[in-house]
Design a protein around this ligand. Sequence first.
Ligand code: NAD
Length: 479
Amino acid sequence: MKEINKLFIGGEWVESASGRMIEVVDPATEEVWARVPEGNGEDIDRAVKAARQAFDKGPWRRMSTYERAELMREMASLLKSNAEFLGEIESRETGKPVHRTKQDATGLHQWWHYYAGMADKIQGETIPFEDDKHIFTVREPLGVVGAITAWNAPLQLITMKLSMALAAGNTVVLKPAETTPVNAFEIAKLVEKVGFPPGVINVVPGYGESAGQRLTSHPDVDKISFTGDSATARKIMRAATGNLKKLNFELGGKSPQIIFPDANFDSAFESAVSHGFDYTGQACTLGSRVLVHEDLYDKFLERFKERAEQIKVGNPLEKVDIGPQANKQQLEKTLNYIKIGQKEGARLVAGGNRPSVDKGYYVNPTVFADVNPEMRIAQEEIFGPVVTVIPFSTEQEAIDIANNVSYGLSAGVWTKNLARGHRMAKELRAGTVWLNTFRYVRWVAPYGGYKASGWGRENGTEAMKEFTQVKTVMVDLNE
Ligand code: NAD
């Protein structure tokens, strides 16, 4: 059993106010494998105070950008050398196959390097106006950022939020998801090792309705950077009204992968499989709606069913394609949507059931065909290994189906027709459109959602706008 007894606040390991612990369940065995302290509102207050102090009075904001970047680069090195270890924990926490989580963890240092390099490139502009006035702008950090992360990709989400917020000179209170808090502490240990000034990064896991609520309503928090469910984002908006916090939301998706008859069929097909079922369906950007042109529909469906049935589901510590759902609640949600799909009259062609194992939150890869785009399984985010296959006949019909959902995180188009690809990219209402590729997310490229998929952008230079504010300075040259 892994035991972590203290919270990381103000550069020190401190007891939680309540003394209560969160039991972390391994979704593959349904057994408790780790215990971490449960932070409550009082702990959040302490963490915010430390972060405020570090921002207002500490060396972080006044440090040269070179020094700030040096610490971030050191963090990058430590993340790289600890990638295997962190990847193993991510697998225990989330149920993702360990060979994949280790691979993912080896890329995290890139965010820290990229944003370390950004620290000295955050700049304002000079605005020409009247000759006797000198007008210029500077970009300054916002202050204390509350970073709240979802359970599906803890390492990635923590990495993105910390590296972006810190490069801009903010301080952070991190509240990881209550079901996957372990790696947040491992990151805190690395933060301590690097020697970031006390209070720059604070880690307090806890439940949404207590710790999360306190962080989002706290008068001394300037911004909330949130990744999670759209329904939670609405609650956060309400909680944040007191001091009119800046908000950045990375939310859910119901992304389409659209396959035209002129596509490279094999590439499109492989993408539909891997980006339909990857991570047991628990990734925001997955292409959970596959829109297939009627000319390809039968051929596609026959192969898709066959492949879905070949996907190896099992213990994430072994060589499997997908593991269990990350928690019991998500398992129940997925099974409920499978029932809904059947009731709605969609044709179940693969899965729809659970593998016969004694323990673990496993669900077989499930394919619904002939799905009416209005059905709930085609409209709502399931977050399980459930793909809906929808036929279409014209480009316009594909656009209408793709856009007619409340989400707009991403979309993929498979076609060899260049003009069509560009037309589709223009018409699709999504934060990212991939042409002949899918789910390619990198630190350099802005990432975020249209519509109910979010506000603001992470990654790339756009993210720096989210984590800074502009100050205009006007100087009268006559005085
Ligand atoms: P969730 O909204 O239930 O929880 C996310 C975080 O919010 C957790 O840390 C939770 O404790 C906290 N929280 C819950 N209630 C809160 C409240 N009232 N106030 C403050 N904080 C609160 O989401 P989840 O189930 O953990 O994550 C799955 C969702 O995240 C899916 O919709 C998925 O698509 C989305 N997601 C989006 C992205 C993206 O980049 N767009 C990435 C990963 C996940």
